[in-house]
Design a protein around this ligand. Structure first.
Ligand code: DGL
Length: 272
């Protein structure tokens, strides 16, 4: 197989990385893609560094065995805990979400930014370090949103208390924040509700930043600079989604919502 037509591999603890996949598909519709979601083990945000390294190494290995030309970590929590180790361990280019989100944040936020993320990502302080490297005086408020990712993975709309829960997180945003950074790839999947609750709480953030778009641009830039873009535009591109979920119907329902009309093949795998 010609290296250019090999797939781009994206992985996440579940289907949050689909937000990154969607941007990649918009930007590079001719590429082939393999997505891996470890839905059985979600959430990673409450796990230890050791556990996340073990699980994400298995996903990376799986995607490398599927012949991917590049890996994209579509997860902030995996990036915060394991990206350096995965880069050392595997001989394949790896692009992650956090450095791209921070670059975007440093372009846009000047004085005050609030960040919503998982427990692991907040405690790792990776966003604090990276944003302050370029702007040491910026005020950063981090909010641990423990419940959001599992609720989004379990049909957000079905939770009657979803606005109450979202409100409890959003009210902790510093009212002087000029930007809000959604530092979990699941959160943009409920963007409309986030905007609604921001408005109700009179949090006038000028801009909501999230990593999917800048990450997709960074993947394209890397592939272009290394002559790795897929030049075979005659054959229709292919998207295969692997999941460790043991609930086929639920997985399909979520994917149909998150991927709109995109065609995909769905495979169930066991990583144990
Ligand atoms: N999408 C993942 C992230 O960006 C969710 C983490 C989790 O599984 O808790 O952090």
């Amino acid at each position: 197989m010609n290296i250019n037509s090999k797939p781009i591999g994206i992985f996440d603890s579940g289907f949050g990385g689909i937000t990154v996949l969607r941007e990649l598909l918009k930007l590079m519709p001719n590429e082939n893609y393999i997505y891996f979601g470890d839905n059985k083990n979600i959430p990673y945000g409450d796990k230890s560094k050791k556990e996340i390294i073990e699980l994400s190494s298995k996903m990376a290995e799986f995607l490398i065995n599927k012949n991917c030309k590049i890996l994209v970590i579509g997860c902030n929590t995996i990036t915060a805990s394991a990206s350096e180790i995965l880069k050392e361990k595997f001989d394949i280019p790896i692009i992650e979400v956090i450095s791209n989100a921070c670059a975007e944040a440093n372009k846009i936020a000047k004085d005050n930014i609030s960040i919503m993320a998982t427990d692991f990502t907040v405690k790792s302080k990776i966003y604090l370090r990276k944003i302050k490297e370029k702007n040491k005086d910026i005020k950063i408020t981090q909010i641990v949103c423990k419940k959001l990712c599992p609720m989004i993975e379990n049909d957000w709309q079905s939770f009657e208390d979803r606005f109450e829960i979202l409100n409890n997180y959003i009210k902790r945003i510093d009212s002087n924040s000029d930007c809000l950074l959604l530092a979990c790839t699941h959160y943009p999947l409920i963007m409309n509700d986030i905007k609604k609750v921001l408005k109700e709480n009179k949090k006038n953030v000028k801009k909501i930043i999230e990593p999917s778009r800048p990450t997709a641009f960074s993947v394209k830039k890397y592939l272009k600079e290394n002559n790795l873009l897929n030049n075979n535009i005659i054959k229709k591109n292919k998207l295969i989604i692997y999941t460790t979920s043991n609930d086929k119907i639920k997985a399909k329902n979520l994917l149909n919502i998150f991927l709109n009309n995109e065609k995909y093949e769905l495979e169930f795998v066991n990583l144990d």
